[in-house]
Ligand binder design. Structure first.
Ligand SMILES: Cc1cc2nc3c(=O)[nH]c(=O)nc-3n(C[C@H](O)[C@H](O)[C@H](O)COP(=O)(O)O)c2cc1C
Length: 363
């Protein structure tokens, strides 16, 4: 099915868009606000505003895309980030995705609200996997998810802080379900039997009262590396360092919640400048091309995480689709490196990018 039909991430987006009703696509993937000012638009616009400054006559005949994330070696600086309930798009839930991540030599992050129980994903994984969690009103449930992930061999815990369960935006009000059985029990928590909340209860129980004290609590709860996903300012990045966090994802949740925020690639430089080498910095939001990955690395990210792109891959063709999405980004990244005189993803200079604005020409 891939004979020339799916050569870019945009091909995947277009295919998925055609298969879904406009309201459902908007709710799950849309910009959740006027595209002219939405955070989603800022994520993409931020990448467009950055231009590359290629160096030439560099021997690029040997190139390395390999790097390390939290001590785990990966073969390309692209991590498959968490998106909830993949069972909506694939009867096997998260299993095809974790298999694809393994085949590509990278890492998968399992959503705290996945379709499959973590045990099934751990059983299928041939790669390191990280467990994502939220701070829920029921802290015992969070503690259970963390301990369960530890026992199953997760490589890290990822705490998401960029959505606090608010569901106020127009797309969600127009179409208040993503197609998942919101009133059914959260299928990844079935082991909890009588304590397992429904999907709706789970999302509604993300704590609006969580603070840095909860980060301290989580830090003490687990000896695994701890990543905070959803940092957008240097102030909060500094607090992550102070709280013993090992990595941060500069993320605005793909623009699905707060509108009017900066694109993540715009927020990245102040954060990498603040934290330096004290923790690892990753970025997500709007990554659709190999050049986007290169720009993020130039501004100090160690790797990018995928949201929509990987999910579109699963939707179109399960494991094969996610593998192809990762191959596309790898090919585009590798090709762009060759054209820019870059031979190693661990050494991409900040001078590779410029924010020069092209003046508008009036006719
Ligand atoms: C449909 C959908 C579901 C998501 N579910 C989760 C989730 O369960 N946990 C989480 O931390 N982030 C979740 N995210 C956010 C992604 O991990 C990521 O931050 C965001 O999608 C990145 O932007 P991008 O989609 O432009 O790559 C979700 C995103 C989408 C589009």
């Amino acid at each position: 099915m891939f004979d020339g039909q799916f050569l870019t991430i945009a091909d995947y987006e277009q295919h998925v868009r055609q298969q879904m009703s406009p309201a459902l696509f908007d709710c799950e993937y849309g910009s959740h606000g006027d595209p002219a000012w939405s955070t989603y638009t800022s994520n993409r616009a931020g990448f467009h505003a950055l231009k590359l400054r290629p160096r030439v006559l560099v021997d690029v005949s040997r190139r390395s895309l390999a790097t390390e994330v939290l001590g785990q070696s990966i073969s390309l600086p692209v991590v498959v980030g968490p998106t909830g309930g993949l069972g909506v798009h694939d009867p096997q839930g998260e299993l095809p995705t974790v298999r694809a991540a393994g085949a590509a030599g990278t890492i998968m992050v399992l959503s705290g609200l996945s379709t499959c129980p973590a045990a099934d994903v751990a059983g299928a994984a041939t790669c390191p996997w990280l467990q994502q969690v939220w701070i829920l009103e029921d802290r015992e449930l969070v503690a259970w998810q963390v301990r369960n992930a530890e026992e199953l061999g997760a490589a890290a815990i990822v705490l998401t802080v960029s959505n606090t369960g608010e569901t106020w935006h127009s797309a969600q009000l127009r179409f208040p379900t993503t197609g998942a059985p919101d009133d059914g029990p959260a299928s990844n928590l079935v082991e909890l039997a009588h304590r397992a909340p429904t999907v709706r209860q789970f999302m509604g129980s993300i704590s609006r009262a969580s603070t840095w004290a909860d980060v301290r609590w989580l830090r003490e709860l687990t000896s695994l590396p701890l990543v905070i996903k959803g940092i957008q300012t240097s102030e909060d990045a500094e607090l992550c360092v102070e709280h013993g966090v090992d990595g941060i994802v500069v993320s605005n949740h793909g623009g699905r919640f707060l509108q009017g925020a900066r694109g993540t690639i715009e927020a990245l430089p102040e954060i990498t400048a603040t934290v330096g080498e004290r923790l690892e910095v990753y970025l997500d939001g709007g990554v659709r091309q190999g050049q986007d990955v290169l720009k993020a690395l130039a501004l100090g990210a160690r790797a990018v995480w995928l949201g929509r792109a990987a999910r579109w891959g699963t939707t179109v063709a399960g494991e094969q689709g996610v593998r192809n999405v990762l191959e596309i980004l790898q090919r585009e990244l590798d090709g762009s490196m060759g054209l820019c005189g870059i031979t190693d993803v661990r050494h991409v200079p900040a001078s590779l990018v410029t924010r020069d604005v092209v003046p508008t020409v009036e006719n």
